[in-house]
Design a protein around this ligand. Structure first.
Ligand SMILES: Cc1cc2nc3c(=O)[nH]c(=O)nc-3n(C[C@H](O)[C@H](O)[C@H](O)COP(=O)(O)OP(=O)(O)OC[C@H]3O[C@@H](n4cnc5c(N)ncnc54)[C@H](O)[C@@H]3O)c2cc1C
Ligand SMILES: *[C@@H]1O[C@H](CO)[C@@H](O)[C@H](O)[C@H]1NC(C)=O
Ligand SMILES: *[C@@H]1O[C@H](CO)[C@@H](O)[C@H](O)[C@H]1NC(C)=O
Ligand SMILES: *[C@@H]1O[C@H](CO)[C@@H](O)[C@H](O)[C@H]1NC(C)=O
Ligand SMILES: *[C@@H]1O[C@H](CO)[C@@H](O)[C@H](O)[C@H]1NC(C)=O
Length: 408
């Protein structure tokens, strides 16, 4: 009893003191936050690409920001990744857009609930966004952020499951516009003595889909995951990066020959196994907090001659049969891999689903020159099981016409 009480008062005092303590960063409204004049002169160093953000949901709130047409478009496209990707301050998962107590500017998923007669506030959304268009914009932003001790965020696509690409009062750089790719037939990492190899260069904003498509355009294949709009060069590669061809081409990080990185001191660094090799090690799986990666040079792989895709949903009528279906399937996987068969699958009672993502996407862009032989079978009815699945797969399995809105 006494011990419990001590613990309770200890945790209360911890909560109390952290609530009273000043934020470790200068946030908008704080006296230490850069003045309008300082912001304006910074703005000129980034080509006028500094934006004082307005929460995107404001168009659905009664008052000066209300815009019936824009609100209708927003509500209609709310769960479409491609649509959200183009909204500077939107994240893919709206839970990260509000603070822990639910404050923010949530958008109702039913048009009849608009205009909202409530308060739209930033919540967990960025206050300022630099729509960076070059490495130099990133260098200048990082220096400014460091000088003024701002709460810095790097947003690429906003897909992060842990919400790391947003933050209340944050000063964000958005890498989405950095879409360049090129093919270097004989690449040697700077400062290394190595056998030249064909490499792909991609800028920080390139998506998984974009990287596949670029490689395809150069008659090569590459690494990548299953979500089209996930960034290939941001959270994906910095966190490891798995994909359906990982057993053939390795993880994302196995394919990096060189990074270009802006570190917290505002310096632009070339990072490979011959220079800044400690940083090279850290960036390949460390998660992305060691600097802002601006470009990466990746291995490229020869195209496959042909592929065949199968999608299917098996529905079991008891937990016993489901159990045995999944066991049998998992037991087969090593043998399937040996034969070069690979893919994505989801097991969630009563279903076993193979290739829940659009196989055509994976085939056309991942791989492939040559012939496609898509074959589809369906055992049982089409699955509408999204709510039972963990977030990762729930997002993946949106059917046109299904009850999508309740799933986000
Ligand atoms: C539908 C879907 C499918 C997925 N499929 C796969 C898969 O097949 N394989 C797999 O491995 N993962 C997969 N993921 C997970 C995905 O890789 C992570 O969610 C990843 O964090 C997304 O990175 P992002 O750059 O797109 O998103 P963001 O939210 O913009 O960024 C993610 C994190 O990376 C940081 N970051 C972004 N850009 C940079 C940069 N240039 N420099 C430094 N830090 C940066 C951000 O600050 C943030 O912390 C999938 C996710 C989704 C939503
Ligand atoms: C930055 O400059 C551009 C171009 O002049 C302007 O449109 C934008 O509003 C400025 N940003 C801020 C925060 O003042
Ligand atoms: C908000 O208030 C206005 C004016 O009273 C009203 O027309 C509108 O329908 C209200 N919105 C909602 C969603 O109830
Ligand atoms: C693509 O590359 C493959 C082998 O790497 C080659 O056989 C094929 O001719 C190339 N196709 C084109 C259009 O260059
Ligand atoms: C499931 O289907 C099989 C084959 O039709 C049948 O034998 C079995 O009784 C069914 N089990 C249940 C629980 O319905």
């Amino acid at each position: 009893m006494a011990a419990g009480l001590t613990l309770l008062s200890l945790s209360l005092s911890l909560i109390f003191s952290s609530a009273l303590a000043a934020a470790p960063y200068c946030l908008p409204g704080d006296s230490c936050f850069p003045s309008a004049k300082e912001l304006s002169s910074f703005n000129t160093t980034v080509g006028g690409r500094l934006v004082k953000s307005v929460p995107y949901g404001a168009v659905c709130y009664a008052g000066a920001t209300y815009d019936a047409e824009k609100c209708a478009t927003l509500v209609a496209n709310f769960v479409t990744d491609e649509f959200r990707l183009e909204i500077s301050d939107a994240l893919m998962y709206t839970n990260w857009e509000v603070t822990e107590d639910g404050t923010g500017c949530p958008v109702p998923q039913d048009i009849t609930l608009t205009p909202v007669n409530g308060t739209c506030s930033y919540g967990n959304l960025a206050s300022y966004i630099v729509e960076v268009a070059s490495t130099q914009d990133i260098v200048n932003s990082v220096k400014f952020v460091a000088k003024h001790n701002l709460r810095f965020r790097i947003k690429n696509t906003g897909h992060d499951y842990a919400g790391r690409s947003s933050g209340a009062g944050s000063f964000t750089i958005r890498t989405h516009h950095l879409q360049g790719t090129s093919f270097i037939p004989a690449f040697v990492p700077d400062g290394c003595k190595a056998t030249p190899e064909p490499a792909l260069m991609a800028e920080a904003g390139v998506s998984v889909h974009g990287l596949y498509a670029a490689a395809d355009g150069f008659n090569r294949t590459t690494i990548g995951g299953i979500g089209r709009t996930v960034g290939a060069l941001g959270g994906y590669i910095l966190g490891g990066g798995t994909g359906i061809f990982s057993h053939r081409n390795g993880l994302g990080v196995d394919n990096v020959l060189q990074f270009e990185v802006v570190t917290a001191d505002g310096k632009l660094r070339t990072v490979n196994r011959c220079q800044n090799s400690d940083l090279f090690w850290a960036l390949r799986g460390g998660g992305g907090t060691f600097g802002v990666t601006t470009r990466a040079w990746l291995k490229s792989h020869p195209p496959l001659k042909a592929t065949n895709a199968v999608t299917g949903t098996l529905v079991s009528n008891s937990t016993e049969t489901w159990d045995s279906v999944v066991r049998t399937f998992v037991d087969q996987l090593p043998a399937l891999f040996e034969k070069g068969i690979t893919g994505e699958w989801i097991a969630s009672y009563p279903y076993l689903v193979c290739a829940p993502y659009n196989p055509q996407f994976m085939l056309t862009h991942a791989l492939l020159q040559g012939h496609h032989f898509p074959a589809t079978f369906r055992a049982g009815r089409d699955a509408r099981f999204s709510r039972r699945l963990p977030l990762y797969f729930r997002h993946a399995y949106l059917h046109p016409g299904s009850d999508q809105r309740s799933q986000r």
